[in-house]
Design a protein around this ligand. Structure first.
Ligand code: HEM
Ligand code: CU
Length: 546
């Protein structure tokens, strides 16, 4: 059961960023219209292209994901570790996160922070943008710390017991987050804030990019791991089965602690100051992530197969049809399952981005947003939508209204993302740039720069983007109707996250404790980052002036 005194925090931490996401998604739809040349202007409805693109990235990929990870983490830790969340810690974190979001929203919405969600120098924002980011991140740290005393208490009172897998997953996500946000905090506090206040004459751009991308890659695992927690601990149960292997679930989470950070240079293959040897090292380490990914693919497929066969599924492949793809009672299932389907393509296209040589073909083209909408806007976003609805309805003791519409959302989203990404992949391979208001240039038929061969990809992007927008509207229809449904106090009190039993419940062995994995992760970071850091610091490029 989830602590009663956390209900309000969890609900606001889910609903507030979802509300902002309405704007984020609105501007996503505008972006595809600008890029297809349907809107031909520098701004629309008072919001500039880059202002809106900044809001789109910051809201969808940073604010929503961070709030959700904290809120879902509170629910998991509270349920599995005997109400182990410190209420004071959770409230302090909450206030900092909400305060930070509001502080950062001001410069974004007044056009003083058009720096995109990557915000490294030489793009410069109003100082309040950076202060807001710092508060948001520190608030997420404090929220995480609010689980630690409860966890230690739980271990003491349950000697010899394995920490519940869902809690292991959430701790892994936040250990990764704690490690990767330290350098970006340094970047923001030591480099960017004094520079944007005009206190320093210039800023080391290459260093700021190195520090940002140290954070930028592990960030994607912070986005993904809450979804992984759902795949491992909730989805098998929804499918009527069991988790095939508890050990491999633990192994995957621990492996991410080691592998998520020492590979951020795969975002900097074209960075001048860093030697190709270290870029190649990071490219190779990136491929190691295939290990936990393939273990996950196998374990989840086996878990689903077991569930489907329990439901009478037969044959080599025919059992897939026995999964609850369209069951309104188990409407959460397709949010998780379709997320995985999308993720397969996100993972495969990521291999191309990570390949040192091939990356230059797709670098800064539309290929890149095509790829990451199949990751952060695929498994992550669908898991966030599904679980937010599940938690909001459950914690308030309400039934999900219009469960059939709830089932339709992930399918419509998948159709939309596949169409969107197909168009942007196609264009990206033909050189269509990302982060470009194409309607003002290459997709303006009256311009000298017009590229008729780029039109079809961007049109597909626009059709897909509109379908994605529709799917989000349908989701909000279900959410609002569910919030307005009658509440039942006993149902709210009895609410808990579904928990899958393990088919193979092995001894935890090497994956019992976090410590060796954290140490291995830190050693890997030192080996892979100290020499590039030295190279950057000794490169002697002139500082970028303010
Ligand atoms: C209706 C839904 C959406 C549409 C139509 C859409 C469309 C787009 C487009 C066209 C771009 C590229 C713009 C450019 O490079 O010029 C973009 C960038 C981006 N999108 Fe989305 N998107 C949607 C939802 C989402 C969601 C749900 C997330 C994350 C959870 C997301 C995260 C991002 C990020 C991080 C960027 C990169 C921004 C940058 O380059 O600074 N998007 N989106
Ligand atoms: Cu990366």
């Amino acid at each position: 059961m989830i602590q009663k005194d956390l209900r309000a925090i969890i609900l606001i931490e889910l609903l507030l960023p979802l509300l902002l996401t309405l704007f984020g998604v609105y501007h996503g739809v505008l972006q595809v219209l600008y890029r297809a040349g349907i809107i031909q202007d520098v701004s629309f409805g008072g919001i500039g292209y880059y202002q809106g693109l900044t809001a789109h990235g910051v809201i969808n990929a940073i604010v929503l994901t961070t709030f959700f990870a904290v809120a879902f983490g509170h629910a998991v830790i509270s349920q599995y570790l005997d109400h182990g969340v410190s209420k004071t810690g959770a409230w302090t974190g909450f206030v900092l996160m909400v305060g930070g979001t509001l502080v950062a929203a001001y410069p974004i919405f007044t056009g003083r922070a058009n720096v995109l969600y990557t915000f490294y120098a030489p793009m410069k924002a109003h100082p309040l943008f950076y202060f807001g980011v710092v508060f948001l991140v520190v608030g997420s740290w404090v929220s995480f710390w609010s689980w630690i005393p409860g966890y230690l208490r739980w271990r003491k009172s349950h000697p010899g017991r394995k920490t519940p897998l869902a809690a292991v997953g959430m701790f892994s996500a936040f250990i990764i987050w704690q490690i990767c946000t330290l350098p970006v905090a340094y970047e923001v506090i030591v480099q960017l804030i004094p520079w944007s206040l005009g206190w320093t004459p210039g800023v080391n751009v290459v260093l700021s990019r190195l520090l940002f991308w140290f954070f930028g890659h592990p960030l994607v695992y912070f986005w993904l791991l809450p979804a992984y927690v759902m795949y491992y601990t909730i989805m098998p149960r929804l499918a009527g089965g069991k988790l095939y292997s508890d050990f491999y679930g633990r192994f995957v989470f621990m492996a991410f602690i080691v592998l998520s950070s020492p590979l951020g240079l795969h975002h900097q293959f074209t960075e001048p100051a860093i030697s190709s040897g270290y870029k190649a090292l990071h490219a190779s380490l990136t491929f190691l992530v295939a290990v936990p990914s393939l273990v996950t693919a196998f374990t989840l497929a086996a878990s689903l197969e077991y569930g489907a066969r329990q439901n009478g599924g037969k044959g080599l492949f025919a059992w897939w049809a026995r999964l609850p793809h369209f069951d309104p009672q188990r409407w959460l299932f397709p949010y998780l399952f379709m997320g995985l389907v999308i993720f397969v393509l996100g993972g495969i296209t990521g291999i191309i981005n990570a390949s040192y040589g091939m990356a230059s073909l797709v670098h800064n083209t539309a290929w890149i947003p095509a790829h990451f909408h199949l990751t952060v806007a695929g498994p992550t976003f669908l898991a966030i939508l599904g679980m937010s609805l599940y938690l909001c309805a459950g914690l308030l003791g309400k039934n999900v209204a219009a469960p059939r519409a709830a089932v339709a959302v992930p399918y419509l989203w998948t159709l939309g993302t596949f169409t969107f990404s197909a168009g942007l992949f196609y264009g990206g391979l033909r050189g269509v740039p990302r982060r470009t208001n194409l309607g003002m240039s290459f997709l303006d038929s009256t311009s000298d720069a017009y590229r008729p061969d780029w039109v079809i990809g961007e049109y597909a992007g626009a059709v897909g983007g509109c379908l994605m927008g529709l799917s989000v509207l349908l989701f909000f229809y279900v959410l609002v109707r569910s919030l307005l449904a009658p509440a039942s106090v006993p149902a709210a009190d009895a609410f808990a996250l579904p928990d899958s039993a393990a088919y193979h419940d092995e001894a935890a062995g090497v994956v019992t404790n976090f410590r060796p994995w954290v140490i291995a992760g830190i050693v890997a970071i030192l080996i892979s980052y100290i020499p590039p850091l030295v190279q950057v610091l000794s490169a002697g490029y002139p500082l970028a002036a303010g």
